[in-house]
Every structure is written in structure tokens, then in C-alpha cells.
Design a binder for this molecule. Sequence first.
Ligand code: KG4
Length: 338
Amino acid sequence: MASILAIESSCDETGVAIIKDGKLLSNVVSTQIEVHAKYGGVMPEIASRLHTENITIVLREALIKAGVKLDEIDAFAITRGPGLIGALHVGMQAAKTLSMLYEKPLIPVHHLAGHIYANEFDKPLTYPLLAVVVSGGNSEFVYMEKELDFKIIGHTRDDAIGECYDKVARVLGLPYPGGVPIDNLAKEGEHTYDLPIPLKGEDTLDLSYSGLKTNVINLVHNLTQKGEEINVKNMCKSFQDVAIGELIKRTIKAVKMYKIKNIVLAGGVSANSYLREQIKIEMDKLGVNVIIPPLWCTTDNASMIAKVGEKLYERKIFALLDIGVDPNWELSDYLNFK
Ligand code: KG4
């Protein structure tokens, strides 16, 4: 066991967390959402600049909250990818500097491994399992035979589900990020709009969200041009039924194909109330055990990076100081960071 300080800066949250002998001592997040909301999405250059401004402040607060000094840290864990290249670089440079100054190992962590292991703040994972990873940048089914063994068995062919939520919200005039407002409004709406089913009839574990997104955008524009009023609540409900319905349908297929007994949800979209409710109902029918992350760790933060950092520290998976970031790092390739 050890004291790990972890840094996360892959998108629009600057996070630093400290974990000691398995206990989370601090988890500080500075979110940039308000700034990006003005533009209806994350502006990469602004994200990098804000990470640069905030990183030392967040670092200092995390140390104070944990009551730990930098020279007591045994290793520095860092999100190496995937994410926005400039944003990733800020965290990486901070982590490299600390690793060099304090002569302690640098641990490169895959962001999605972090999302999956965030579930261990609830309970330890039981293998083999299926991780349903759904966020703003990724949608994939990950089969895990054992700890830190990631096999991608299905993924989105185009847009991630979270990105689709954000774009649909934008065309409906809802705030960024769009997941929460759509989730809330859908509860008050009815499924009245006829939207296309992605990859209809295809026997696959892949997902696709770009057609659904474009269809909603075109429908909204057509109705607006004709002067017809859009019922936003009903549009949210119709969209969410298809977006989440498809995810559940493919999850059931993966469960049957791989004879899965344990499922975990991971990533920002795992905060979706309809997904959390429906997956439980459907998996109960199949006798599959479901782990759903606590809401506080569904969004980006460094505690999940620290969790994986601990596991890699035990295995002595360390990087040299010439390591770079990788915005497209594949989860199944998480040990390849040369
Ligand atoms: O995991 P995350 O914080 O960032 C990435 O690593 O991508 O996920 C952010 C995404 C956004 O697209 C946001 O709209 C979505 O998660 N999200 C939701 C909900 N809460 C956040 N999507 C659907 N329903 C929600 N309740």
C-alpha cells in the first residue's frame, strides 16, 4: 500500500486526488463547465488555458485537505489519455515535474480504466464482468476476464452517446452539458416523435449515435421552418427512449453472448436516471448483478485515476520522463505507453 497523488485534466475538469493505503483523503475538482456552456460545448484551447491556471491551486487544496505533504507521496498518477491533447499535456507536465522533483514514480493511467474502477468506491469488482462505458467521448462494451484486463467487444462507430445528448440539447436550446436537462425533461414528456433506430436489424455489439443526432437536428429545423411548435419535453423523452433503449438492447445481447454475470456502468452518462433504472430491471430479469457508480464519481475527477494508480503501483507499472500523452489511447492497449 502507498500514498498516490493523481491528476486528471483530460477534458474540462481539473482534478487532483490523494489516496493513502486505499483510503481517499482528498478529491478536489475545478470544473470549467460554466465557461464552456457559453459556447455550447468544450473549447479545447480555453480548456488547456484554464487547466494551466488552475492546476497548482487544485493541487495545493488537495494537499491541504488530505493533510499530506508532497514529500510523503510515493507515486504520481496521471491521465495520459484519451482526451483533448492540450488539456492532457497540462496534467502530464505537472505530474512529470512532481515525479522528477520528488524522485518518485510516474504512473500513466487510462481515463476509461479510471471510470470503470470508480465503481470500487462502492464495492470491489467481481470478474469476469462487462463494463458499459458511456461518456461524452466514448461508448463501448468492455469485457474483463480479470482485473485490469480490458477487451473491447463493441464500440460506437461514430459519435459517443454523451456527445449526442449534448448536441441534441443544443438544438433544443437547453444548456451544456445536455445530459442532465434532457434526463430531467424526459421524465415529464411522452414518446410522440418517431425517430430512427440506429443500426436497425444489424447483428452487432456496436453502437451508432450520429444518425439519431442528425435526425433530431433535422426534425427540429423542419418543424421550426414550418412554424410548428416543438414540444421539448416530448422530444427529450422520444430521444432518450431510443438512445438508452439501444444501449440496453446491445447490453442484453453482450450479456447473452459472453454469458455475463456481473455488469458495471461507467462514465458521465452512467448518471442518467433512465439508464440506471432500466439496466437494473433488465439485468434482474437475466439474473445479472449490476454495479452502478455513486453519482459523485460518474463525472471526471482524479479519485478514479488514483484508484487505478494504486493497482498499477502494486504491479510497478511506471513511465519514464520522456512519456507523451495520447489523445486516442485504446483501453485494450493501456500498458503500451512508450
Ligand atoms: O465522463 P464525462 O464526465 O466526460 C467524458 O470523459 O466524456 O461525461 C460527460 C458526458 C456529457 O456528454 C454529459 O452530457 C453526459 O456525460 N451526462 C449525461 C448525464 N449526466 C452527464 N448524459 C445523460 N444523462 C445524464 N444524467
